[in-house]
Design a protein around this ligand. Structure first.
Ligand SMILES: Cc1ncc(C[n+]2csc(CCOP(=O)(O)OP(=O)(O)O)c2C)c(N)n1
Length: 206
């Protein structure tokens, strides 16, 4: 079912988690995001992401789980249980990992299986712009493009990899895929994250 959630719903949820995290009650890393709500909602609506589709995400996937239809309280409980960076709700086809580069091949493999088994459903993998510079991201996009697999890669560019400016590492303003044929498999947008990379900016970041 298409998401009915609003920007306000996503903002309020992250704020609620931030407030709990600030008390020290969550004994695990939490990655909060703000500033990309409109883009995410637009993608879920325009792509008509529904029950048959798979969502792959990484450490910053609270919003993705909510938009895919995981009930708010289930997402919150998982975060309180320390699973913020690897939210997995198989029943809702939401699968996330805290390891950079770990799911591009999985998403592509799921898309391959869906296509070859004649099943409906697509795979959508959401990652950051630094993750999109990894070799496995390129290999997965290339394979998905060449075999016309039902998978899209969504690159959410906040300009930072933890605390490092991505452009300083790339040596270029543009992501590698800009103006290439592979763009047909990729949705790219820029945003400024209203939160630090992880936590609330106190103690260590990782
Ligand atoms: C294999 C591995 N190496 C390092 C890390 C630590 N790490 C977590 S997030 C991150 C930066 C990723 O940057 P980007 O893909 O742009 O994500 P975003 O800024 O959107 O969180 C790194 C290096 C990790 N999680 N996994």
């Amino acid at each position: 079912m298409k998401t009915q959630l609003t920007k306000e719903d996503l903002v309020t949820f992250e704020q609620e988690i931030a407030d709990v995290f600030a008390t020290g009650a969550i004994r695990a890393p939490v990655h909060l995001r703000a500033g990309r709500e409109d883009q995410l909602i637009k993608i879920f609506r325009e792509e008509n992401i529904g029950d048959d589709d798979y969502i792959f995400g990484f450490w910053d996937a609270h919003e993705l789980a909510l938009l895919k239809g995981v009930p708010r309280e289930e997402v919150k409980q998982a975060i309180l249980d320390g699973k913020s960076i690897s939210l997995c709700f198989p029943k809702y086809k939401v699968l996330c990992s805290g390891i950079v580069g770990s799911l591009m091949g999985t998403a592509t493999g799921v898309a391959w299986a869906l296509k070859n088994q004649g099943k409906s459903g697509r795979a959508f993998l959401f990652c950051g712009e630094m993750s999109s510079e990894t070799g496995i991201f390129f290999e997965a996009v290339k394979y998905a493009y060449n075999f016309d697999l039902p998978v899209k890669f969504i690159v959410c560019d906040n300009g930072l990899s933890v605390m490092t400016k991505t452009r300083d590492v790339w040596g270029s303003e543009d992501p590698w895929f800009k103006a290439t044929k592979y763009e047909s498999k990729i949705i790219y947008f820029q945003y400024v994250n209203g939160y630090p990379h992880s936590g609330l900016g106190k103690l260590i970041k990782f």
